[in-house]
Design a protein around this ligand. Structure first.
Ligand code: ARG
Length: 581
């Protein structure tokens, strides 16, 4: 039951019946304050202006035509022509009652599923994943899960950085380790890719002969010589298995099958250049092949050039992204392509999208969206780094989360078994790191703060996980199974109505989060839902003596839906719940 959509449909019909232009948007919103009703329609003012009518008169005609029978029990016109809508409690009760027996707790799958490509994570080979990749990985994963839950076809693409000139020095270094039979040294360096990368780089910087060899090896790797491909493949495989461990620990749904690295587009890069040329988009500039874009100006106010082939050959990050778009649109048949990449790459994507449209790699009906995110900062407001000023490895961060969660839970009384404790620690640790990130609007930078994220109060994972177990235990205490719930839902108390309204808004919340690729919308909703539940439980007894069977059953349905909604919401965030804490 998507109430917002339902109201939009009804408002559109009323607007049309009142003579408003066909394309007038319904502009229905959740009301910000209770005295504006539950929803309000803001469409009338603009429509009246176009029609040359007085807004309040048009509002009255719209209300006269507005069929909200069985949905609302009151509408009113406010201010210059807002229409406030008050939902009928029976309408909420009926919708929620059918959600109880629905596996999807009332969230309908979309009528027209789209094919959506989600480009996320995308770490680089022979480099350890660091905190910068964390945001892309978990925000992208949450959006992928949310779109999938709504019935869209989601294709995950891990655009691994597995190609480029640096591979010359990396494979030359690997070869030396192999040849000198330094198995042990090699295993050690490869188990810690950061060390391996640094050793190779130092070798390259210090040793002219090695550097020359490295440059020769890139060319031969790019020519596809088997020996060099084999060395390269070894590095890719080691990296992928490191990454997969991190994904699994974080409950991220990426698999090795989702990897479609930069190298996968090698063969199509010359084709991209040819097509750009045949469309007349290519210019020569100091030996390089460049696409000049009027839409972007350089500092002198001239059209900006995007290099797609270096002088003397060699393709760039942009060329690969053009090939990726072409593949996604023409082979994977995408309707939408979402890129979870940090905000600093904004201009890169704007330029690539512009070129892709001009060249027909992306048709006009396909949406290309850069879902940018800000930086993770330390408490000092500077980019999050180790004390020594180096980037923090993701593995170290996750280990620290588990240590801290273990300490936190050890300080609390508990009658859990050792095995349960281990599960709770893991859920709290991974949940906290993820939730702290996902609950912030992704477009801004945020401060990484252990104390905040592990707090049991506020919009945090521990709070949400605890709220879930609490609702569950209230339900368990009643001694009724979910399937055993009987009768209708009746809504009488104000806090009961508030909780019912929140529950009924899950559908539209999920829909909005999927549309905008903004998981913090789900977090904010879950936090409000838990708050509404706590207030409800304070004044609406469930398990107390004197509560009639019918009332108990009605309230238990609200409890059950609350728990299931929290669980489902956390699942969309990729956060696992525990039954007891
Ligand atoms: N590997 C890149 C990085 O670490 C991110 C790639 C993002 N995706 C893309 N299609 N360009 O910065």
């Amino acid at each position: 039951m998507n109430i917002l959509k339902l109201l939009e449909d009804r408002v559109i019909k009323a607007l049309n019946a009142a003579g408003a232009p066909e394309d007038t948007p319904a502009m229905v919103r959740q009301s910000a304050r209770a005295n504006f009703g539950d929803y309000q329609c803001n469409a009338v003012m603009a429509a009246a202006k176009k029609m040359g009518q007085k807004p309040r008169d048009l509002a009255q005609t719209v209300v006269d035509h507005l069929d909200l029978d069985g949905i609302a029990d009151k509408t009113e016109i406010a201010g210059p022509g807002f229409i406030n809508i008050y939902l009928a409690p029976e309408f909420l009760a009926k919708g929620l009652h059918s959600a109880v027996s629905d596996e999807r707790i009332g969230v309908e799958a979309v009528a027209k599923p789209q094919t959506v490509i989600v480009d996320y994570s995308a770490p680089n080979v022979a480099k350890e994943m660091h905190v910068g990749h964390l945001r892309s990985t978990i925000i992208g994963d949450s959006t992928a899960r949310t779109l999938e839950f709504l019935g869209h076809k989601v294709i995950r693409q891990n655009h691994l950085g597995d190609w480029g000139t640096q591979f010359g020095m990396l494979i030359a270094h690997l070869e030396e380790l192999e040849q000198s039979n330094q198995e042990e040294a090699m295993d050690m360096e490869l188990s810690d890719l950061e060390t391996f990368y640094k050793a190779a780089k130092k070798h390259f910087d210090d040793d002219e002969i090695f550097a020359a060899k490295a440059r020769d090896y890139v060319v031969r790797l790019q020519a596809g010589e088997p020996h060099f491909k084999k060395l390269w493949k070894r590095l890719v495989d080691v990296t992928l298995s490191h990454n997969q461990e991190v994904y699994e620990r974080l409950n991220v749904s990426l698999t090795p099958g989702d990897v479609m690295g930069e190298s996968a587009y090698n063969d199509s890069l010359p084709v991209i250049i040819k097509e750009l040329d045949s469309k007349g988009l290519l210019s020569e500039d100091q030996g390089a092949k460049v696409v000049f874009l009027d839409e972007f100006k350089n500092k002198d106010g001239d059209p900006m050039g995007v290099i797609v082939e270096k002088s003397g050959g060699g393709f760039l990050y942009s060329t690969t992204d053009l090939a990726a778009i072409r593949h996604r649109v023409h082979t994977l048949n995408a309707n939408r392509v979402l890129y979870y990449v940090d905000a600093r790459q904004g201009q890169h994507f704007e330029q690539v999208y512009t070129i892709a449209r001009k060249a027909g790699f992306a048709t006009d009906d396909v949406q290309l969206e850069h879902h940018a995110f800000g930086m993770m900062l330390g408490k000092d407001g500077k980019p999050f780094k180790t004390r020594a000023g180096t980037t923090i490895k993701l593995v170290d961060l996750l280990n620290e989360a588990e240590e801290r969660a273990a300490r936190l839970l050890a300080s609390k009384d508990s009658d859990l078994s050792e095995e349960q404790k281990v599960n709770v620690i893991k859920a709290v640790a991974m949940g906290s790191v993820k939730y702290a990130d996902l609950s912030k609007n992704r477009t801004s930078d945020y401060v990484f703060d252990w104390d905040n994220m592990l707090a049991f109060e506020g919009n945090t994972a521990p709070y949400m996980l605890y709220a879930y177990t609490r609702v569950q235990s209230i339900f368990r205490k009643a001694g009724v199974s979910e399937a055993g719930l009987k009768g209708d839902i009746a809504i009488s108390e104000p806090t009961e109505r508030e909780l019912a309204l929140k529950l009924a808004r899950f559908s539209e919340t999920v829909e909005q989060a999927a549309r905008e690729g903004m998981p913090h919308i789900v977090c904010g909703y879950l936090y409000e839902l838990s708050g509404a539940f706590m207030s409800f439980y304070e004044c609406c007894p469930v398990n107390k003596e004197g509560v009639s069977e019918a009332l108990k059953n009605s309230r238990l349905q609200l409890c059950s839906l609350t728990a299931r909604t929290i669980k489902q919401g956390l699942d969309l965030l990729g956060i696992e719940t525990v039954e007891q804490m």
